[in-house]
Design a binder for this molecule. Structure first.
Ligand code: HAM
Length: 431
């Protein structure tokens, strides 16, 4: 070592990690086929039900998101300052953005609006099965309609999307409740309306937190201790009839639920709807009917969730406007689809692999590929000559269901063989 050599560092630097940040997602082609299948079903169902697509910026003002998201979601926001010191954030959900967009153009829009988006969202969540820090969420919202016809239309569209994805109807249930019904029942238990938002959020944590922690949360909100036990008892209510009995005659909340269940019959989705007083939802802005869909075996978290939020627009300066919508993530549904259909079911095999043995057959292979592509076939053309074994082994593992391998004899005969990769049957085709 001479005098100019810098001294060695005492400790070697931390190795650089090239993993994606925790909870963020890469989509390799085999995952992308699932994502495409799900997104395609979202788009098709939205179009079939007359929803207009929209989109928005992923970066929002932090203040909008902090004020208008639920308490839990607000605490999970990825926030940062831009170079001018503006407080910004990656959106954790789409609903505050939708409300902002509608409030900004309220005078020019024709209500009711039916809007649909597939929004990339970010939440700094504790990572569990079905929960990532980045997810895509199909949002379907109807703004400007107070009747439960809006809820029915949204649930029908979601059911259609699941069917298009290939999930059998018996594989999931949509659990429906009404926060207004819970409010009516809580009032009957002498729990004052000012405590209801806190009670909703605490009850929503039932099963996720131990009961004594939930009781402590409620006590912190000054909910009287006798009330806490009575509120827990409400969750034992079985069926809409029992809830209706407790609510007494003239309950608008029960009437709305009954109307929704009746409408669901006409839509042909009633077999999948169940009343469930335990569905409350974690977001603060819901005012009335709320719903969550679960796989029938209850192995996974909610597939989608949503509800009515009639006050959100007013709270950001818009005119009073009823609204209802759902958020349907791409993570849980793919897990449910894999569990019901098999992990491999996402791969669509409908292409034709075209290969050739020597450079002399390249022209014939390219011409055949061009012809098949003109006919609308998906063609994976070999980029170099290959031995038959190598060609068929790659073709069999990809997205092709058929393959044509061209050798010198084929070109001389003016025909080749189109082989079915699963049955191995072959038919002759002209070159
Ligand atoms: P949410 O229940 O918070 O509602 O999310 C809706 C759906 O998004 C969930 O059921 C789940 O499928 C998916 N999701 C949420 N967080 C994650 C995560 N960390 N990882 C994977 N998937 C996730 C809302 O966000 C409301 N804004 C929905 C809505 C629209 N309400 C009315 N309009």
């Amino acid at each position: 070592m001479d005098a100019t050599t810098p001294p060695l560092p005492l400790r070697s630097p931390e190795p650089v990690s090239f993993e994606p940040p925790r909870g963020m997602r890469d989509f390799y082609p085999e995952e992308m086929t699932w994502r495409d299948r799900v997104f395609e079903a979202f788009r098709q169902a939205a179009a079939l039900h007359g929803f207009a697509p929209y989109d928005a910026c992923v970066v929002e003002r932090l203040e909008l998101l902090q004020r208008k998201s639920g308490e839990e979601v607000a605490s999970q926001i990825y926030a940062f300052e831009d170079k001018s010191g503006r407080k910004l954030a990656l959106r954790p959900e789409m609903t505050p953005t939708l409300a902002r967009m509608i409030a900004a153009r309220q005078g020019q829009l024709h209500f009711p609006l039916k809007w649909s988006a597939i929004a990339q969202c970010f939440r700094y969540e504790r990572m569990t099965r079905g929960r990532k820090r980045e997810h895509y969420q199909w949002n379907l919202d109807i703004v400007g309609e107070a009747g439960v016809g809006a809820e029915a239309e949204i649930l029908a569209a979601a059911a259609q999307a699941l069917r298009t994805m290939g999930l059998p109807d018996e594989a999931y249930r949509i659990h429906v409740n009404n926060r207004a019904l819970l409010s009516e029942l809580l009032l009957k238990l002498d729990i004052e309306a000012r405590h209801h938002p806190a009670v909703f959020l605490a009850l929503d944590k039932r099963g996720k937190l131990p009961d004594d922690e939930i009781a402590a949360l409620l006590a912190a909100e000054q909910v009287p201790s006798g009330g806490i036990a009575r509120a827990f008892e409400l969750l034992a209510v079985q069926g809409l009839d029992q809830a209706a009995e407790l609510a007494g005659a003239g309950s608008t909340a029960v009437a709305r639920l009954r109307e929704l269940f009746e409408l669901a019959e006409s839509y042909g989705i009633a077999d999948r709807l169940v009343f469930d007083i335990g569905v409350i939802r974690g977001l603060a802005y819901y005012t009335d009917i709320v719903f969550e869909a679960f796989d029938a075996r209850r192995e996974f978290r909610a597939i989608f969730g949503g509800g009515r939020y009639d006050n959100l627009l007013t709270s950001i300066g818009g005119a009073p406007t009823p609204a209802v919508g759902l958020g349907f993530g791409d993570v849980v549904v793919v897990e449910v689809l894999k569990a019901w259909l098999g992990a491999d079911a996402g791969t669509v095999r409908d292409g034709v692999a075209v290969g050739y043995m020597f450079g002399a057959q390249r022209e014939a292979a390219v011409r055949l590929a061009a012809r098949l592509r003109r006919e609308g076939r998906k063609v994976d053309l070999a980029l170099a000559p290959q031995k038959p074994k190598a060609f068929f082994s790659r073709a069999g593992g990809g997205t092709c269901s058929q393959a044509v391998f061209i050798g010198p004899d084929d070109v001389a005969a003016g025909r080749a063989h189109l082989k079915d990769l699963s049955t191995r049957e072959a038919v002759a085709i002209t070159l």
